[in-house]
Design a protein around this ligand. Structure first.
Ligand code: IPM
Ligand code: MG
Length: 360
């Protein structure tokens, strides 16, 4: 079968990591009898430079018409002074909203060969962890009313955290269903001791929990969660949380895996057309140097195969190849231990490709 993939390479290291992923997809296609057609669209700073808007209409149409979307990264210092609605990040929020991608899965697991790169104490790294962060992606403070006013003390600005029962329920369901297929343990993270939106969040998830008696469910306040993640990450299985808390906690969790360069993500709505992207940013400091770790993007492509195309075996083949390459000791700079040798994007890509070829 042929799958149409829209590519949003974006800015910084975005083009390099997406380009490193396509030969892997092609090899999987060749091995398992599928083909992938790629159509690139402009998004982010590059789109602003070329068209005057970070999310051109054509890009939205192309993504909606595709079977799935692979995204690199957007943003960079060059566009930091633009007004909010023209910033590359606004394009990312715009495409998430346009495609209705409310459910963002961010798996953070410690690959055993990367234990050395985990910044936690040896016994915690030894125990390992495998956490699935389910982040609500199209609501909350990212999309609430915002603005500026002249107040008593001069200029003021505000952003609004707002959630409806419907939004909380649908992300809650995704999380309970995911927990059911894994360790059957769900922790919902909020700030219900202060925020009204979190109190509604908690009430709603509690109600939902009655439909999932087989899943053990607890709440945790976000400040405590930030602390528990570094104290004892093994206690987490699936967590569900709001857009902003999920943004912050997933960066924290990523670092426990050794590097933010390791974490893939999937964003889905009601259908199977989703967007897949590494959770890291555009890393302008290393852009164009061929140094970026492509693994988060390659693993994002694996998630695409599994969640958008239902190709489980194929996704597993990519994940297994990544695991083997890490076991073999190959490292990019971000996951290398101090004084350990490392390679660049191309060598990492080639090693993963070779593993897929060899695992006949
Ligand atoms: C992420 C990123 C984005 C977010 C930014 C680039 C808008 O940090 O995907 O985690 O905050 O959602
Ligand atoms: Mg983030």
């Amino acid at each position: 079968m042929n799958y149409k993939i829209a590519l949003l390479k974006g800015d910084g290291i975005g083009p390099e990591i997406v380009d490193a992923t396509l030969p892997i997809l092609d090899k999987i296609g060749e091995k398992f009898g599928h083909s992938f057609t790629y159509t690139p669209y402009l998004m982010g700073g590059i789109a602003y430079d070329e068209t005057g808007h970070p999310l051109p209409e054509e890009t939205v149409k192309g993504c909606l018409a595709a079977d799935s979307v692979l995204l690199g990264a957007v943003g960079g210092p060059k566009w930091d002074t633009l007004p909010g609605h023209l910033r590359p990040e606004a394009a990312l929020l715009g495409i998430r909203a346009a495609m209705g991608l409310y459910s963002n899965l961010r798996p953070a697991k410690l690959y055993p060969p990367l234990k050395e790169a985990c910044p936690l104490r040896a016994e915690l790294a030894e125990a390992g962890f495998d956490i699935l962060i389910v982040r609500e992606l199209t609501g909350g403070i990212y999309f609430g009313e915002r603005g500026r006013n002249q107040g008593e003390n001069g200029e003021e600005a505000y952003d609004t955290e707002r959630y409806s029962v419907k939004e909380i329920e649908r992300i809650g369901r995704v999380a309970f269903e995911a927990a059911r297929k894994r360790g059957k343990k769900l922790i919902s993270i909020d700030k219900a001791n202060v925020l009204e939106s979190s109190r509604l969040w908690r009430e709603t998830i509690h109600r939902l929990a009655q439909e999932y008696p087989d899943v053990s469910y607890t709440d945790m306040l976000v400040d405590n969660a930030a602390m528990q993640l570094v104290r004892n990450p093994a206690q987490f299985d699936v967590v569900v949380t709001s857009n902003m808390f999920g943004d912050i906690l997933s960066d924290e969790a990523s670092q426990l895996t050794g590097s933010i360069g390791m974490l893939p993500s999937s964003s889905l709505g009601e259908g199977t057309n989703g967007m897949y992207e590494p959770i890291h940013g555009s890393a302008p400091d290393i852009a164009g140097k061929g140094a970026a770790n492509p693994i988060a993007t390659i693993l994002s492509a694996a998630m695409m195969l599994r969640f958008s195309f239902g190709l489980d075996k194929e996704a597993g083949a990519i994940e297994e190849a990544v695991n083997k390459v890490l076991e073999s000791g190959l490292r990019t700079a971000d996951i290398a231990a101090p004084n350990e040798a490392f390679v660049g994007t191309a060598a990492m890509r080639d090693a993963i490709l070779q593993c897929i070829i060899d695992n006949a």
